[in-house]
Design a protein. Structure first.
Length: 303
């Protein structure tokens, strides 16, 4: 196959099952504060003491950092959602955007780093540096510059108290998804199907069809669940259940990075047009408050 290989009936069923499990776990954790506490505080503490140390030698430093950074994001979002006194604090309102920016910048740095690598690390991780790393890094920079409505993050007035970012539009989310899939394909080729399309499209499905306006919350929670799983089974990609892997096709890498760059350039250009046309400040104001989807999200969440 052009992008991925290793498809078997078992691996396809496993992928479908993993998506279903992530959707179910995300729904349980977002609908119940106590389920969230159990999933993202109690379980990680227990696993950090009794489970993950046993597999530490098989895990990379990046896997550990990604797991705890994802958990930190989720816990910050939970604090914002469930502690009313924090919901009017500027620092807390900015927390979701800041942690997302840090996450994106880490990936941009890794793309640029991989471009300059040589030697044993390339072979062990299946990396193939090329212009796609630079192209995708630039796409990531445009992605950060396209963010808006930093102070518009609110808590839904619904039973689930979801964290709503109405100005995080569907087209920005698609641009992010293309960029992140390309990033995973470029820098985590052995696992890129699971960390790329599977994880990203699961969050998109939840954010578009189950609970709109809370994509970042869904993304953080599903990523945290999968990251914890990856510390339990650090070599899951060696198992027949998870045999789908990158085809290693450099043409595919270039195509994905160009798609990411094109999408992010389009979103950035549209955002700049709105700034100039509507004279809006994307840092302090919602840039897309005039769009029907923005208004529909606020109405859906009683905001």
């Amino acid at each position: 196959m052009f992008f991925y290989s290793g498809y078997t009936p078992l691996s396809v069923v496993t992928a479908a099952g993993l998506i279903a499990v992530l959707i179910i776990l995300n729904e349980i954790a977002r609908r119940s504060k106590y389920a969230g506490i159990a999933a993202f505080i109690i379980v990680p503490v227990v696993f950090s003491i009794f489970v993950w140390p046993a597999t530490a030698e098989q895990s990379t430093w990046f896997a550990w950092v990604k797991t705890y950074s994802a958990l930190a994001g989720v816990l910050g979002f939970m604090a914002f959602r469930y502690i009313p006194s924090l919901q009017n604090k500027k620092a807390m309102i900015l927390f979701p955007s800041l942690i997302l920016i840090v996450n994106i910048l880490e990936a941009i740095a890794r793309d640029f780093e991989v471009y300059g690598l040589s030697g044993a690390e390339l072979v062990s991780e299946g990396l193939q540096p090329g212009p796609w790393n630079i192209i995708n890094g630039v796409a990531g920079i445009l992605l950060v510059l396209s963010m808006s409505g930093f102070f518009g993050v609110k808590v839904a007035r619904t039973k689930s108290k979801d964290m709503i970012w109405a100005d995080q539009t569907w087209f920005w989310i698609i641009a992010y998804t293309l960029w992140n899939i390309s990033f995973c394909y470029n820098t985590i080729p052995l696992r890129s199907f699971y960390t790329g399309p599977l994880l990203n499209l699961t969050a998109v499905f939840i954010g578009f069809f189950i609970m709109r306006g809370a994509w970042l919350q869904h993304r953080a929670q599903t990523l945290a669940f999968f990251a914890m799983f990856s510390l339990i089974l650090p070599r899951y990609d060696k198992l027949p259940l998870f045999s789908i892997t990158s085809s290693g096709n450099t043409d595919a890498m270039l195509i994905l990075s160009l798609l990411a760059l094109s999408a992010n350039a389009a979103v950035f250009s549209y955002g700049l047009f709105q700034i100039l046309k509507r004279k809006r400040n994307p840092l302090t104001q919602d840039l897309y408050s005039h769009l029907k989807n923005h208004k529909a999200i606020l109405e859906l969440n009683s905001l």
